[in-house]
Ligand binder design. Structure first.
Ligand SMILES: *Cc1c(COP(=O)(O)O)cnc(C)c1O
Length: 400
């Protein structure tokens, strides 16, 4: 069975909503993955930051297997002995008051929107049906109807209308635009601390602090979507720490399970999630004991094995060395921790072909939009591994 066989099967039966690189992976460990022909690659995407802890981390795997042998799902009709400890550990780590566990990132976003709407009606006295949530241009928050309805990416929307009303879009990084968009019906501002899918876009200094100030002043819930930036990716547990702010609602997912299983969570101060009453919201799998056991182990290894600090240190090293590459195709290099975007000039002919070349050299990267290559390896990467990567990236980017 070779690569072609598996690709043909996928193409024959699968919906065509992805255009993956033609590599068929069958095994992973740490920063490395192997394809069905036995070739080894360095994973520089980390499943969009879901495997920050590295592929198949042995301690997370052990927790998962042990819990799978005991109890996997109770639904929330009954309680389970993993949920409370998971809540306690997560709240202590993130300085939160309340948690609501879900599965995918998009569900966390949807849940937060429900929470802030109800919070707005109850605490701000907004007329039912009028709540507005402000979001940013070039946002990425997931793929449900409501979420793509407030996307500015035409392909995410075209053909999928009608959409959910109640969203206002402002430019990312622009405090004045946010101020101007606020009305008496504004309940929340939803923002990524660094826009990942848009191409690793870092807002101007002081933006997040300014957002915090405005949200407090106008009694608006500040929601940070840290599904991709959180859990060590940018060299801090949460990216908001770079700006010294605390959101009212924080969304995490992806690396919350170290890539073993979909687990997401909405974290909030007591006010916002406090509006949910029994029956208001739910999920069959959300908060199940298997998910909780996996997430507890994923958080534990992230902290105990120094992955967050390693992300900060290795991120600086990687960025500095990328910046020293002499290349006519590179327009800009930006990043924080191991969340790095290399933007190419329009004339370079798109990032995709560079990702294909890097794959031939043994590095798996993915273009975001047309012209950005994202480098976001698992946070367990070492200096030697980065040197190995640079030896391959440098000729691909400079020999054109
Ligand atoms: C991946 C992602 C989501 C959606 O998560 P899914 O698990 O794919 O639904 C939401 N927001 C951000 C910032 C993401 O990167």
């Amino acid at each position: 069975m070779n690569t072609r066989y598996f690709i043909d099967l996928e193409e024959k039966y699968g919906a065509r909503n992805y255009k993956p690189l033609d590599v068929v992976l069958s095994r992973g460990r740490g920063i490395w993955v192997w394809d069905v022909d036995g070739n080894r690659y360095m994973d520089c995407l980390s499943s969009y930051s879901a495997v920050n802890q590295g592929h198949c981390h042995p301690k997370i795997m052990e927790s998962m297997v042990r819990q799978a042998e005991k109890l996997t799902l109770t639904s929330r009709a009954f309680r389970n002995d993993q949920l409370g400890p998971f809540y306690e550990e997560l709240c202590a780590l993130t300085n939160s008051h309340l948690v609501l566990p879900m599965n995918s990132g998009a569900e966390a976003v949807e849940t937060a929107i429900k929470a802030v709407r109800k919070w707005g009606y109850r605490t701000k006295g907004i007329e039912e049906g009028r709540a507005e949530v402000i979001v940013c241009e070039n946002n990425f928050h997931g793929r449900t109807i409501t979420i793509v309805g407030f996307s500015t990416e035409q392909q995410y929307r075209n053909g999928f209308s009608p959409f959910t009303p109640g969203f206002v879009i402002v430019p990312f990084g622009d405090i004045q635009a946010l101020k101007k968009a606020i009305t008496k019906n504004t309940v929340a501002f939803l923002v990524e601390p660094i826009q990942g899918e848009a191409g690793v876009i870092i807002p101007p200094d002081g933006y997040m602090a300014g957002v915090r100030e405005i949200c407090t002043e106008h009694t608006i819930a500040m929601i940070t979507d840290e599904i991709q930036t959180g859990l060590g990716r940018t060299g801090r547990l949460l990216a908001e720490e770079h700006d010294g702010v605390e959101a009212d609602v924080t969304l995490i997912g992806k690396a919350l399970s170290g890539g073993f299983y979909p687990v997401s969570a909405i974290l909030s101060n007591a006010d916002v999630l406090g509006v949910f009453m029994p029956g208001d919201h739910g999920s069959t799998f959300g908060g199940n004991p298997l998910a909780c056991a996996v997430a507890r182990a994923a958080l534990k290894v992230l902290v105990e094995e120094g992955m967050i600090e390693n992300s900060a240190r290795m991120g600086d090293y990687f960025l500095d060395n990328l910046r020293s590459i002499k290349s006519s195709v590179i327009k800009e290099i930006r990043g924080r921790g191991l969340f790095i975007g290399v933007e190419l000039h329009q004339e370079a002919g798109g990032a995709r072909r560079f990702c294909e070349r890097l794959m031939q050299e043994g590095l798996l990267c993915k273009e975001t939009h047309d012209n950005v290559i994202r480098f976001a390896p698992p946070l367990v990467i070492s200096k030697d591994d980065i040197d190995w990567a640079l030896e391959r990236i440098e000729p691909v980017l400079s020999r054109t």
